[in-house]
Design a protein around this ligand. Structure first.
Ligand code: UDX
Length: 438
């Protein structure tokens, strides 16, 4: 099938590459000419495992191409996927201006029937608005349908999530469009859930907020574990073994970050309020999330007294492992706070250093070439992102490098008793049964 993706960011680019890989003929459109140029040169602007190879393979097979012309995209695809950003606004609601602009552009070039699919994460009822806008700006009589098809991919495993999805949600009110969408997804052999547009849009916000709720739930438990003398990992294992609960998304830590959860939770709160049904539970989810990092910084301060001029090593800058994305990263927020208190911070991240060099406080921190280099002479080591290579370090060597043996493990990558056996004073999240407290 001929498909067009408008917006070649995380979701758009990965979706386009995966569609091409299952045999569709895909055009990816982006209004950023520089980005299109980079992509045409075979370079990928983001780090995402497997993506570069997939793009190269499908460009070579002539199933995937890039353009900055929306007109070309609208002409090419029988299905047009909108995958443009929906950034947050100051009040938590979503800025839908990119979606609205693309809807008008599509309308301008629409000559014959197209299925227009909203893939960006949007508040419920956006599909209705998109259809209204296209109808208003399109030539009279031209046919089209609007469908909602939310994307559930995670950064760091985007290709795998797209190729082997748990489910595909297609929300539409027209049989013609739904039949075409079923054909688009046939090669993926995944369960397809067909709904109306509003329900599909709600599924995305409800899914993300439920996952965030799980994280805040276990983070709230972690605080109780610290107070009571219990181990949150054991508690998570114990409750997660119940199939009705599940172990996923029960890793206590510094809280959720990234370009999705914080934004989507705020947006869901905002739309629920606009609809007159305020979702107050999610405010508590946000509050617990913010409290995790506050508590963590407090514990560092409590152990080190003043942070000014203290040599602190921070491992991890990306918002989670296997990505170079530092947007709304809790690790970055943490470094910023330490710097604000005058600490002498040396950071290391396996992939996100380049992106981090663009951060506003980058000139006030030092970047090390390796985890061990960052730890050299450090008065404390702070683990902010759980990159697998960190968990595998030689603790004896680490102990040698550091000036004072303090570990603040914001992602629970170390076993407390192993760390203490190497002479470290160790503090994780929710690990209240550690024999020696920092
Ligand atoms: C999320 C959703 O998982 C995905 O379905 C949606 O399409 C986009 O938003 P993403 O933001 O890429 O994906 O990452 P995810 O793996 O969900 O992690 C989000 C944040 O939660 C990260 O900061 C991560 O560190 C944190 N997290 C996750 C925890 O703190 N504990 C956990 O148990 C899981």
């Amino acid at each position: 099938m001929k498909l067009t993706i408008i917006g070649s960011g995380y979701v758009g680019l990965t979706t386009g590459a995966c569609f091409a890989d299952v045999g569709h003929h895909v055009v990816c459109v982006d209004n950023d000419e520089q980005k299109v140029k980079t992509l045409l040169e075979g370079k990928i602007p983001i780090y995402e495992p497997g993506l570069e190879a997939l793009v190269k393979k499908n460009v070579a097979a002539r199933r995937l191409r890039f353009t900055s012309s929306t007109e070309e995209g609208v002409e090419h695809g029988e299905v047009l996927f909108i995958a443009v950003p929906t950034p947050p606004q100051a009040d938590g609601s979503v800025d839908l201006s990119f979606i609205e602009k693309v809807a008008r552009e599509i309308a301008q070039y629409l000559e014959s029937y197209r299925v227009i699919v909203d893939k960006s994460t949007v508040p419920v009822k956006t599909g209705e608005r998109v259809a209204q806008t296209i109808r208003r700006y399109a030539k009279p009589g031209v046919e089209f349908d609007v469908v909602s098809n939310p994307e559930f991919l995670r950064e760091g495993s985007a290709v795998e999530d797209l190729m082997k999805p748990d489910r595909i949600v297609i929300g539409g009110n027209s049989d013609r469009a739904l039949a075409i969408m079923q054909k688009v997804y046939e090669p993926f052999m995944a369960p397809v859930l067909v709904t109306d547009i509003n329900s599909a849009e709600l599924i995305k916000h409800a899914a993300n907020s439920f996952l965030a709720l799980k994280i805040s739930y276990i983070n709230a438990i972690s605080e109780i574990c610290e107070a009571a003398g219990a181990d949150v990992i054991k508690v998570a294992d114990g409750i997660g073994a119940d199939k009705r609960i599940g172990r996923d998304f029960l890793s206590a830590g510094l809280g959720y970050g990234g370009s999705c959860f914080p934004k989507d939770i705020a947006a869901f709160i905002a739309i629920s309020e606009q609809l007159g049904s305020p979702f107050t539970l999610l405010k508590e989810v946000e509050r617990i999330n913010a409290r995790q990092i506050d508590r963590f910084v407090d514990s560092i301060r409590e152990a080190l007294w003043l942070l000014k001029d203290k040599r602190l090593a921070v491992w991890g800058l990306s918002f989670k492992p296997n990505t170079d994305d530092v947007r709304s990263s809790v690790a970055v927020n943490l470094v910023e706070r330490l710097v604000a208190e005058g600490a002498d911070v040396v950071v290391y991240d396996p992939k996100a250093m380049e992106k981090a060099r663009g951060l506003p406080f980058a000139d006030r921190i030092r970047f090390a070439a390796s985890a061990m280099e960052a730890a050299q002479d450090a008065e404390a080591l702070i683990i902010a992102t759980e990159w697998p290579e960190f968990a595998g370090v030689d603790l004896a060597e680490l102990r040698e490098k550091m000036r004072t043996p303090l570990i603040f493990d914001g992602r629970n990558i170390f076993d407390p008793s192993a760390a203490t056996s190497f002479g470290f004073q160790y503090r994780g999240i929710g690990r209240g049964v550690v024999p020696e407290r920092v």
